[in-house]
Design a protein around this ligand. Structure first.
Ligand code: FAD
Length: 308
């Protein structure tokens, strides 16, 4: 059995595994796909002290760093069931799709999240070629260009306000008849000169010239008219879905949206089970934050081990 078993191989999981292994404890890491969301990222320009890198390059750097330590890395292993240890001691148990099961004294759950997609034609084809999901990451790439933000919740409206300071024009596209974002954000958005808001709009297609996005088609739900917006970028802000479906029904407390609730040490509601990164309630989903949280959760797990 492991002292600490990390589930997930993104920045949070990699950091957690390195911090645990450096304590000299028996450390394992099991991941569906080592690298996580970073593997799908093009340019990364906000990882402090590295002015520019690319996703795949960072993934191999993460992998090399983890391999410098005695971490039992099990890639292509998707966890499907979590069984909590008996409160009077015992081991936590994780079952995997492959049929394998692993036991550990402590766990760090770092299964990350995925952006909710529009599921319209063109979205996949132009992903990273005009279709973006992270304004903090990709906003500066659209300097001086026209973009749309899909979604009028807090994240969509925040993204639109943020982008309006960088790009030439922002169109916020909302499916419903009103935006759900906080009133103060809506007021700020409406005060900006280079922002249009389109309500009751169902996005139907991302169009492009074969290499880059050049427009967004939508249906005006009040008139059923088909309309189009010419633009260079589309930021999809309709939610971030935590990868916790496999934990439903377990004693780990989560928010209604499925984010794992953690305390200041990264511990969940189950003693000895920690969580870190995009899968948790910790706000602002970023690489630098996920790594810090991964380190914190594994130090929390180590602290738990020496006290129990
Ligand atoms: P993830 O990276 O999501 O990793 C989750 C890990 O868990 C993966 O290894 C996955 O395979 C594994 N996993 C999931 N479910 C299971 C399961 N059931 N069993 C086993 N393993 C499982 N952030 C920045 O700071 N800068 C950027 O420029 C930037 N650009 C981005 C661009 C894109 C296109 C995307 C999608 C994200 C971007 N982000 C960026 C956000 C950043 O990638 C995330 O905040 C970060 O990767 C979160 O790390 P994580 O380790 O918590 O989760």
């Amino acid at each position: 059995a492991f002292d600490t078993l990390v589930i997930g191989g993104g920045p949070a999981g990699a950091a957690a595994a390195i911090y645990s292994a450096r304590k000299g404890i028996n450390t394992g890491l099991a991941a569906g796909r080592f690298g996580g969301q970073v593997a799908d990222t093009m340019g990364i320009e906000n990882f402090i002290s590295v002015s520019h890198t690319e996703g795949p390059k960072m993934v191999s750097a993460l992998e090399e760093h983890v391999k410098e330590y005695e971490v039992d890395v099990m890639n292509l292993q998707t966890a499907t069931v979590f069984k909590a240890a008996d409160p009077d001691g015992g081991l936590h148990e994780i079952a995997f799709e492959s049929g394998a099961t692993l036991k550990s004294k402590t766990l760090v759950l770092a299964t990350g999240a995925r952006w909710r997609e529009m599921n319209v034609p063109g979205e996949q084809a132009y992903r990273n070629k005009g279709v973006a999901y992270c304004p903090h990451c990709d906003g500066p790439l659209y300097k001086g260009k026209r973009v749309a933000v899909i979604g009028g919740g807090n994240s969509g409206v925040e993204a639109a306000i943020d982008l309006a300071g960088i790009v030439s024009h922002v169109t916020l596209v909302e499916f419903m008849g009103e935006m759900r974002a906080d009133a103060v954000l809506q007021k700020k958005l409406k005060s900006l000169p280079n922002v249009d808001i389109i309500l009751n709009a169902q996005s139907t297609e991302v169009t492009g010239d074969g290499s880059r996005v050049n427009g967004l088609n939508y249906i005006d739900r009040t008139s059923d008219e088909h309309k189009a917006i010419a633009l260079e970028g589309i930021f999809v802000q309709i939610g971030l879905v935590p990868n916790t479906e496999w934990l439903k029904g377990s004693p780990i407390e989560m928010t209604p949206r499925g984010e794992i609730i953690v305390d200041a040490h990264g511990m969940t509601s189950v003693p000895g089970v920690f969580a870190a990164g995009d899968v948790t309630t910790v706000p602002y989903k970023q690489i630098v934050i996920a790594m810090g949280e991964g380190a914190k959760a594994s130090l929390g797990a180590f602290d738990y081990l020496i006290r129990n």
